[in-house]
Design a protein around this ligand. Structure first.
Ligand SMILES: CC(=O)/C=C/C=C(C)/C=C/C1=C(C)CCCC1(C)C
Ligand SMILES: CC(/C=C/C=O)=C\C=C\C=O
Ligand SMILES: [Fe+2]
Length: 540
């Protein structure tokens, strides 16, 4: 990528050589380059580390690594492909420590499975934001909560201009990773400019994903819905509160406008980190946790960061027909807070007419405090107290008969998963369709962060849980067995940061939720967010 899109906060200089601070044992297959200017793991000004601090919240210690992983247990021979996980793994610049989990520079982790063996790797994504931070030793773009220090003489109006032109926004794509229908692998965050194409084998940053359409927009849902043939996303309109629903065919870079949803509440659109679709409809959530233009410009974050809680503005769920772009339902629902929708499906009557949409999400009991609980200082200062706010599978029922109200209930007793749940996956064959199982992180209390893996049975309304003392597991990602018929025939893979500073990819039998194998990294791995699966192509 060329460093042409300079941040208004840093004058870009030629890139310093790679940043590597420590060589793990055994000797990596890709030898680290000596550091020009080590930026990681130095003492920091804020969020400093106590000796007992968990490795999940420590910055990754080197730029990249690749090597064979030691196995415990036996991997299924059908597991043939690459698991990728993205996440914010680097939270320090010199002695400066970032505030929030979501601020970290993106670290991509790979575990490739073949013939019962596993090879692991990780690498930093070379976003403009990361490269500029490396070159200058400071934050140069607006991250989730970190903002460049106002050492430039930009006026308030100047800052507004860089915000609304997008030039000051980060492209640090630290949230998700998806495999497009055409095979390209894309890392994503909430800013549109943070869509970055990577090579799933080398983890090389290949360049920006350039949207060739004229739709514009600065931010979008961090979680598009991706199938073999298409890519759906939502583009919030902060000026005239609403959302554009857009669709992109596999093999193209051109999003097409499908329709628009006008917000019913205000003063700004609700945050849309994710949304679900069904076979025929796109579900557009409008939650009372709304973007806030004033907070976007603040130098110091508020407890709700770039957002504001507006319960008086109402909470809504909208449904758009994929084919016509028409809004076919818009209902008021009880207040809710969610990052992640799990899935949605159509409910039909005896004649096969769709009567309602059911949409499930990881719902934080309409309590916004979860956002601030994800501050690194909170995550690092586990005192054994039970401070993780409760969460549940929130199930919306959205009638399509013109009724003004929809329902929101718990899909199962939240005690089944320890009254904590987030970071979910399902069998991809069931996207938009009736489904039974969801895999997520849950809680064994007391805890300050989800510390279990849970398989939720939405029919029996029960959960099976995996727990290991002191482990911080990331999203259990479901990979179906090729040729499988049953919904839970496959494995769930989770990267676990263990209490003793080790890290491993845990492979659970998705049916029994018992451990099959773990593939151990020879060094600590920080917590990470979302994953994808790249099956091996027959010629590889
Ligand atoms: C890691 C994760 O889940 C979320 C990351 C969110 C980010 C980076 C949000 C960035 C934003 C800005 C830099 C300004 C505009 C608002 C907003 C989308 C919150
Ligand atoms: C890690 C997380 C919530 C955990 C709480 O239970 C949310 C991550 C959101 C971004 O992808
Ligand atoms: Fe997410």
């Amino acid at each position: 990528m060329s460093p042409t899109m300079a941040s208004p906060f840093c004058v870009l200089q030629p890139l310093a050589a790679s940043v590597v601070t420590e060589t793990p044992t055994p000797t990596p297959a890709i030898a680290p380059v000596p550091p020009a200017r080590p930026l990681v793991d130095a003492p920091r000004r804020r969020g400093g580390r106590s000796t007992g601090e968990h490795a999940a919240w420590k910055s990754i210690r080197q730029e990249r690594w690749e090597g064979a992983l030691e196995l415990e247990g036996e991997l299924p021979l059908w597991l043939d492909g690459t698991y990728l996980r993205n996440g914010p793994g680097l939270w320090n610049l010199g002695d400066y420590g970032f505030r929030h989990l979501f601020d970290g520079y993106a670290t991509l982790v790979r575990v490739s499975f073949r013939d019962g063996h596993a090879v692991g790797a990780h690498r930093q994504i070379e976003s403009e934001a990361y490269k500029a931070a490396r070159a200058h030793g400071k934050v140069c773009y607006r991250e989730f909560s970190e903002v460049p220090k106002a050492d430039s003489l930009l006026s308030y109006v100047g800052q507004l201009a860089t915000l609304f032109s997008g030039s000051s926004l980060t492209d640090n794509s630290n949230t998700g990773v998806v495999r497009l229908g055409d095979g390209r692998v894309l890392c994503l965050t909430e800013t549109i400019k943070g869509s970055i194409v990577v090579d799933p084998d080398t983890l090389d940053t290949l360049g920006k994903f350039e949207y060739t359409d004229k739709l514009g927009g600065l931010i979008h849902s961090a979680h598009p819905i991706v199938t073999d043939t298409e890519f759906w996303t939502l583009v919030p309109d902060l000026i005239r509160p609403g959302y554009s629903v857009v669709r992109m065919d596999a093999g193209t870079n051109e999003r097409r406008f499908v329709g628009r949803v006008d917000c019913r509440g205000g003063p700004a659109p609700g945050w849309v980190h994710s949304f679900p679709i069904t076979d025929h409809y796109v579900v557009v959530p409008e939650m009372p946790l709304r973007y806030c233009a004033r907070n976007l410009l603040r130098a110091e974050p508020t407890p709700l960061y770039k957002f504001e809680w507006h319960p008086e503005s109402g909470s809504y769920m909208h449904v758009m027909c994929k084919a016509s772009g028409r809004v076919v339902a818009s209902v008021e629902v009880p207040p809710y807070v969610t990052f992640h929708f799990i899935n949605a499906y159509e409910e039909k009557d005896d004649e096969g007419r769709v009567t309602a949409i059911v949409a499930d999400c990881c719902e934080h009991n309409a309590n916004t405090s979860i956002l601030d609980k994800l501050r690194l200082q909170n995550l690092r200062s586990s005192t054994g107290q039970d401070v993780l706010p409760d969460a549940r599978v929130g199930r919306f029922r959205i009638p399509l008969d013109g009724s003004p109200f929809g329902e929101l209930e718990s899909a199962l007793d939240p005690d089944q998963h320890g009254r904590g749940m987030d970071m979910c996956s399902i069998n991809p064959a069931h996207i938009g369709k009736k489904y039974r199982y969801a895999y997520a992180c849950g809680a064994q209390r007391p805890c300050n962060f989800p510390n279990t893996l849970t398989k939720i049975d939405l029919v029996e309304k029960t959960a099976k849980n995996w727990y290991e003392e002191g482990a911080v597991p990331s999203e259990p990602f479901f990979v179906p067995r090729p040729g499988a018929v049953e919904e839970d025939d496959g494995v769930a893979i989770s990267m676990v940061s263990a209490k003793d500073g080790s890290a491993y990819a845990l492979v659970l039998d998705a049916k029994t939720f018992q451990e099959i194998a773990r593939a151990k990294f020879p060094y600590a791995m920080p917590y990470g967010l979302h994953c994808c699966w790249v099956p091996r192509t027959s010629d590889a």
